[in-house]
Ligand binder design. Structure first.
Ligand code: HEC
Length: 406
């Protein structure tokens, strides 16, 4: 047990692992003693992790460890306290955002934002935003905020815009608002786009700084992330309203150049998606569910991929290109360097040939029509044919091999 505080990390980690593997709970009281009173900070942190591994990290010990003098121990305690963020057994200190906002350690603040994101409630989202706003120069906090609240950005944006405290002309608030809008625009969901423009138009009447933060968030995506047009059903009312405000004409022109709808002047009909037949719609709906369950683990729900894990599907030429290549990637996997939307990714995707033809057609129809994509749907017959044509294939495809397929 004394090895938990050994100066060499190999000894500490091995001791922790052995204790957890043995599963011997008689050591729990001694571990609690080390966690709270050990002289060495790394030893206290390892004792906490060992307690957690033995499923014996109790509320009382954690409450004290959360106030440890060492940032290392506080960060470990936060991570381990995640089950106590809400519910009847919750630790109040965890939702005291001011306490964590004022923590002197950047690492602890980051861990709090990550752990609090696990609560996934609008109340906690707002508290997280408060902490991020206080430290606008700590970029990692912003990333942690946006990934923690995925799917609830609009709710948070609306809440923050209603809060007078957030109207203060301080850089931190605007950094958060700007980032939220960027995330919302990236999803390219017409309904959300309309909502963001409406909100911006409403803000416009009282406040220029906030308006700029919102609209610049919008234009950043348009100018830097993706040149793909955002297709909406008709001219957004918010956009029309914004033209009558003090919003920067340059920013508005940028937004206007990327939001298109049927009948807009200068828009070619072929860039607008064709309407689905009922069968295609059913494939799309089924594909959306399957995508979330199977592909999103790596490519992420928003299709933007994840550094080191999987490349983006948004704007991918593979997703929108020849079905003969796309279906093969899903059937047998892909490995080695692959160019996607101007970037090279190197990884290994497992073959998912166990999925039925119907499931593959559904998922691919979904990916070819989500995120503003307008490629043709993939039919069950196409998948069946391509599966038969490539039945001899066992290995994952390389980019070079895929390019040879016509
Ligand atoms: C285990 C993680 C993982 C899962 C699950 C996964 N992929 Fe992939 N996918 C990858 C990786 C890694 C690559 C890049 C392979 C390479 O480097 O050659 C990739 C590449 C791709 C590509 C070509 C490159 C691009 O970004 O357009 C497509 C298309 C694709 N995957 C679609 C899917 C679909 C559809 C699913 C769900 C049916 C899926 N993937 C599930 C990891 C995964």
């Amino acid at each position: 047990m004394k090895h938990l505080s050994h100066p060499n990390s190999w000894w500490r980690e091995t001791a922790q692992q052995l204790l957890v593997e043995k599963g011997d709970k008689t050591v729990v009281p001694a571990l609690r003693e080390i966690a709270l009173k050990g002289k060495v900070a790394t030893g206290r942190a390892h004792a906490l992790w060992t307690l957690s591994g033995l499923e014996s990290a109790d509320r009382a010990t954690l409450e004290k460890a959360l106030r440890d003098t060492s940032p290392l121990v506080r960060a470990a305690a936060l991570r381990i306290s995640e089950p106590f963020i809400q519910g009847t057994d919750r630790i109040e200190l965890l939702s005291d955002f001011k306490h964590w906002r004022d923590d002197p350690s950047a690492e602890v603040r980051l861990q709090w934002v990550l752990s609090a994101g696990e609560a996934k409630t609008p109340e906690m989202d707002k508290k997280i935003a408060e902490v991020v706003r206080w430290h606008p120069q700590q970029n990692l906090l912003q990333d942690a905020l946006y990934s923690g609240i995925a799917g609830r950005e609009l709710v948070l944006l609306e809440t923050l815009l209603q809060d007078v405290a957030w109207a203060a002309r301080e850089p931190g608030a605007n950094v958060v608002l700007n980032g939220l809008v960027r995330g919302l625009v990236a999803a390219r969901d017409p309904e959300q786009i309309n909502r963001v423009l409406d909100l911006a138009a409403r803000v416009a009447f009282f406040e220029k700084a906030r308006l700029d933060a919102l609209l610049e968030g919008f234009a950043t995506d348009v100018m830097q992330v993706s040149k793909r047009p955002i297709v909406v059903a008709k001219e957004p009312e918010g956009l029309a309203a914004l033209r009558k405000t003090t919003a920067s004409p340059t920013t508005l022109a940028q937004i206007d150049s990327m939001v298109i709808w049927k009948g807009k002047k200068g828009v070619r009909p072929d860039v607008l998606p064709k309407a689905f037949t009922p069968e295609e719609q059913a494939l799309f709906d089924n594909g959306k569910t399957l995508y979330t369950g199977i592909c999103a683990a790596c490519h992420q729900a928003d299709g933007r991929g994840f550094e080191g894990l999987a490349p983006q599907l948004v704007d991918s030429e593979w997703v929108q290109g020849m079905p003969e290549r796309l279906v093969r990637i899903v059937l047998h996997g892909a490995r080695g360097p692959i160019r996607v939307a101007g970037k090279t990714f190197v990884g290994d995707m497992p073959g998912l040939g166990v999925l039925s033809d119907h499931d593959i057609a559904s998922i691919l129809t979904y990916t070819r029509h989500e995120w503003g994509h307008t490629a043709s749907p993939i039919t069950v017959e196409q998948v069946k044919q391509i599966r038969a044509d490539s039945s001899a294939r066992k290995d994952a495809w390389s980019q070079e091999e895929l390019m040879l397929i016509k």
